[in-house]
Design a protein around this ligand. Structure first.
Ligand code: GLN
Length: 477
């Protein structure tokens, strides 16, 4: 039932199942569960079976299998897939067929993965609950009646429900880590520049990152290893060599110093979450890690800074949807009329709100007061981390201040929704790697996630800690 990457490889190599049969098994699961979960927006069976057959041919020929041979995966619908509809959860791209693959997708397929389909998400990745998708909300398989988190809610739900072994999401301010936490699975954002953004349809380019969901930290490491690395088509991707994350993640954590920032444990945090995170921190102590209190004095400004920078970049990135170059066009009585009607019908309320806000903070007269100030505060937040990392090897925080909430509970108040990102946006602004690992469940089964931040390009350290935590029973605290 619960396939892992190792399990798939062993079963294929031992001829217990073929890649074709495994693919069919996952499509059967999707058929059974997707009507209720709404995690997938599009399926790509032709592409999946063609890939499965290539893998089966390798097995038949006794050739070595690539690292993700036959592994069924799902891709968030903001990531381009050649010939497979890619909507960004928006009506404006309702019929868009990308003419090329994102680098991350290309790399996954080159490593043998089987692409099952595209997953639901908040429109243009703007949201924390998946309720901003033009194609309806997603169910949380770990907490029925609750949101799966967002914006990568479909990817998180697909993996948590066993409809894919791993999935790609994107994280701009928390959209991988928070849904991972809400659905009770590990989820990771690498450092900015670690994974190519080529083919990722932009929300806020200085923050956007692609990263994996899986059911174990080991699988997260395996997927990250495949998708990471320099890409000449993304000038912000790093030339830093890609370590063997799977091997490195297994290294011991004894003696590592872990920072606990008191600013992350203030008001607004659910009491149950607080207790679980405290138990998680104690578990690290029992593994031989040393706890150190660190100060992150600019944390309070993170949400405001994020919503200035992210909306500014979004207003610019989303200007391209003009009814001429991509997707939807609604005719009007003039060129401007056509723009208005296309954008007015094609974009949902949250996207429009952000375009208005972003245009405002970039406009003459307000640029210095908001956007420029925001950039300066971003630097201060990054410096908080740099200072903390002179004392500690990694930082522990809750992933979300609250457990999964009920569908519809927060949609009326956008500010309430923005506050869900309070612990995740800091690491986004600072460009750091962050992973969320399951840290027990509240009564009623609501999952809690613990977040681990590491210094830039020290993904290995975050993975090591996450894996040790998982193996020590972190999920059952
Ligand atoms: N929830 C945050 C937002 O709405 C983060 C989104 C994301 O990381 N893509 O912007």
């Amino acid at each position: 039932m619960n396939w892992t990457i190792d399990g798939v490889r062993d079963s294929l190599a031992g001829k217990k199942i073929s890649a074709r049969e495994l693919t069919a098994e996952f499509y059967k699961r999707i058929e059974a569960r997707n009507p209720e979960l709404n995690a997938f927006l599009a399926l790509s069976p032709e592409r999946a079976y063609a890939q499965a057959e290539r893998v089966d041919a390798l097995v038949a020929a006794g050739k070595p299998l690539p690292p993700l041979a036959g592994v069924p995966i799902a891709i968030k619908d903001v990531i381009s897939t050649r010939g497979v509809r890619t909507t960004c959860g928006s009506k404006i791209l309702g019929t868009y067929m990308p003419p090329y693959d994102a680098t991350a997708v290309e790399k996954l397929e080159a490593a043998g993965a089987v692409l099952l389909g595209k997953t639901n998400c908040d429109e243009f990745a703007m949201g924390s609950s998946n309720e901003n998708s033009a194609y309806g909300p997603v169910g949380n398989p770990a907490a029925p009646g609750c949101v799966p988190g967002g914006s990568s809610g479909g990817s998180a739900a697909a993996v948590a429900a066993g409809l894919a072994v791993a999935a790609l999401g994107t994280d701009t301010g928390g959209s991988i880590r928070q849904p991972g936490s809400f659905c009770g699975i590990p989820a990771m954002m690498g450092s900015y520049g670690r994974v190519s953004r080529y083919g990722l349809i932009a929300f806020a380019s200085s923050l956007d990152r692609i990263g994996p969901f899986a059911t174990s930290v080991r699988d997260i490491a395996a997927v990250l290893r495949v998708i990471a690395g320099r890409d000449p088509r993304d000038s912000t991707s790093t030339t830093d060599p890609v370590p063997d994350y799977t091997a490195e993640a297994a290294k011991p954590v004894k003696g590592l110093r872990l920072g606990i920032p008191k600013e992350y444990f203030g008001a607004g945090m659910d009491f149950g979450v607080r207790q679980k995170i405290a138990a998680g921190i104690a578990l690290f102590q029992s593994l031989g890690c040393e706890l150190v209190e660190v100060a992150m004095p600019h944390t309070d400004y993170a949400i405001a800074t994020y919503y200035i920078i992210a909306t500014a970049e979004a207003s610019s990135n989303l200007a391209r949807y003009d009814g001429v170059r991509f997707g939807l066009r609604v005719n009007g009585d003039s060129l401007v009329g056509m723009y208005r009607k296309t954008r007015g019908t094609g974009f949902g309320a949250e996207v429009k709100r952000r375009i208005v806000l972003g245009t405002y903070v970039l406009s003459a007269g307000y640029y210095d007061a908001y956007y420029l100030k925001g950039q300066k505060v971003r630097t201060l937040i990054a410096q908080d981390f740099q200072k903390a990392f002179t004392q500690v090897d990694a930082i522990l925080t809750p992933t979300s201040p609250v457990p999964p909430f009920k569908l519809g509970e927060r949609t009326a108040d956008p500010l309430q929704m923005y506050l869900a990102d309070i612990y995740t946006v800091t690491g986004s602004l600072a460009g750091l790697p962050g992973i969320s690992v399951p840290c027990g469940k509240l009564s009623g089964g609501l999952p809690v996630g613990l977040q681990i931040f590491a210094p830039a390009f020290a993904e290995v350290r975050a993975l090591q800690l996450a894996q040790a935590f998982e193996l020590a029973g972190g999920a059952n605290l």
